[in-house]
Design a protein around this ligand. Structure first.
Ligand SMILES: Cc1ncc(C[n+]2csc(CCOP(=O)(O)OP(=O)(O)O)c2C)c(N)n1
Ligand SMILES: [Mg+2]
Length: 320
């Protein structure tokens, strides 16, 4: 399917924003001002963006510990995200979530998650959509490591049994911390889906068009009440597992080679300019606008106030 100009521009801006956000955090984290752990999503942009292009605010996503890209693709405010990661009072979660627990329920972003294996969350969101008849779908992003968690397999079963409008996106970047998926994942992701009665598709995660097509099919199936699907998205993370990881478990030029040969931004640019769909100048202008926005977000975050002592006592209990 040919995407229209607006959607193409949105896809590029979103992928570029994620890349710049993450590359800037890589630099800023080394300065020591950012609290907690940071796991970068650079290199995996086409997955979050391709999956979220057709989602709206009535649709929910549940992220992983590597959640900034999912947040941006789902429409979260980048300035507030940066403040959150810096632990500032007017960050997306009042500075109390940080990188690993960032969330924005108003956008249907249920949260990044420190516990690997969060797919049960989207069974709840999908069941809500089904019972209330909202037409919404719920998407779980799952790492290759998380694909081995019992909670993930239980979610596959529940979603199939209840015919939930759920989509499981296995983002297979080849590693869980320092362990290669070749060592830790048995059988095949698609056969696992088949075992639970779901259709599954393998997708090139460096190609936003391929991800979009596969996600669109799964979303349509979910909205039509036909039940869950699984996407096995093959991709790669450019940086270490967390910021500070010496990455001794992969070859010295492995990441550089993937960046050179399979950069989703370069692949997109080549494809759309050669086909005459977008002009290089237009993409360059987006690059400049995004660079300015990220710059501003860091300056604003560094200058923003921290939570006060009194803020320790808020958001502790929820009342319904
Ligand atoms: C239940 C649980 N077990 C272990 C961990 C520690 N841990 C954090 S990230 C991670 C690896 C996750 O790998 P993967 O799911 O492939 O995601 P990736 O980091 O590659 O995006 C592990 C084991 C955890 N956070 N939660
Ligand atoms: Mg992984």
């Amino acid at each position: 399917m040919q995407l229209n100009r607006d959607v193409l521009l949105r896809a590029y801006r979103s992928m570029r924003t994620i890349r710049d956000f993450e590359e800037r955090l890589h630099i800023e984290f080394a300065g020591g001002e950012i609290p907690g752990f940071v796991h970068l999503y650079a290199g995996e942009e086409a997955s979050a963006v391709g999956v979220c292009l057709d989602l709206t605010e009535r649709d929910a996503i549940a992220s992983t510990h590597r959640g900034h890209g999912h947040c941006i693709a789902k429409g979260c405010d980048v300035g507030q995200m940066m403040k959150e990661i810096y632990g500032r009072k007017d960050g997306l979660c009042g500075g109390k979530g940080g990188s690993m627990h960032i969330a924005d329920l108003s956008k249907g972003m249920l949260g990044a998650n420190g516990i690997v294996g969060g797919p049960p969350l989207i069974c709840g969101a999908a069941l809500t959509a089904k019972v209330l008849g909202t037409g919404g779908v719920a998407v779980a992003f799952i790492g290759d490591g998380a694909s081995n968690q019992g909670t993930t397999l239980e979610s596959y079963n529940l979603a199939s049994v209840w015919k939930l409008p759920a989509i499981f996106v296995v983002e297979d970047n080849g590693y869980a911390e320092a362990t290669a998926s070749a060592w830790s994942v048995s059988g095949s992701q698609l056969k696992r889906a088949e075992g639970f009665g779901m259709p599954g598709r393998e997708v090139d995660g460096h190609d936003v068009f391929a991800v979009y097509e596969a996600a669109r099919e799964a979303i349509e199936r979910a909205r039509a009440g036909e039940g869950p699907s699984l996407l096995h998205v093959k991709l790669y993370r450019y940086y270490g597992h967390f910021e500070g990881d010496a990455t001794t478990y992969r070859g010295p030029d492995e990441a550089a080679r993937v960046r050179e040969e399979r950069d989703c931004l370069a692949i997109f640019r080549k494809r759309v300019t050669e086909a005459g769909l977008l002009e290089a100048d237009t993409l360059d202008a987006i690059d400049r606008e995004v660079a300015d926005a990220i710059d501003r977000s860091v300056t604003d975050a560094k200058g923003a106030p921290l939570p006060s002592e009194a803020d320790l006592l808020t958001d502790v209990y929820a009342t319904y």
